[in-house]
Design a protein around this ligand. Structure first.
Ligand code: SF4
Length: 145
């Protein structure tokens, strides 16, 4: 099998700017297990948590967004994630998503949105990238990585 275009690795260091948690309407997929973890972290009953923070999109569970800004419901003042320690897998594995790793152009597009994708960040090896990418909730397509 041919090696991927990022065989030498890619550089990334999250600055915590919060830009990936806002912007155009999107989804933040959460699993039942993640819902329990976040609810426990916030010391809220799971059912209350669901009503307050979770919506159903195309039959799957997603965290809610604020209606005007499209900020994630857990993005608080200063654009910081208020559940960072227990954030869902989708957030933890960014930017190592198959859609960003498809091609150098896709990675460049991601870099235009994310200031953490830059040439002076720490280097992630191909193996580290692929481990993160395939661990993403809902992604079972290793062939995309
Ligand atoms: S946009 Fe990039 S640098 Fe900013 S918080 Fe998201 S991952 Fe981190």
């Amino acid at each position: 099998m041919a090696l991927p275009w990022y065989k030498e690795g890619l550089r990334f260091a999250c600055t915590g700017c919060g830009k990936c948690c806002t912007g155009a309407p999107g989804v933040v997929w959460v699993s039942e297990e993640e819902i329990s973890q976040i609810a426990q972290h916030l010391q809220v009953e799971v059912e209350k948590f669901r009503k307050r923070y979770v919506r159903v999109v195309e039959g799957r569970l997603s965290l809610k967004e604020y209606p005007v800004t499209w900020d994630c419901i857990f993005l608080k003042e200063g654009k910081k994630c208020s559940i960072y320690e227990v954030r869902p897998k989708q957030c933890r594995t960014y930017p190592w998503w198959a859609s960003n790793l498809e091609s150098p152009e896709a990675w460049k597009r991601a870099a235009a949105e994310c200031e953490g994708i830059r040439s002076d960040g720490p280097l992630f090896t191909k193996e580290e990238i692929e481990r993160e990418c395939t661990s993403r909730s809902g992604c079972n397509d290793e062939s995309k990585c």
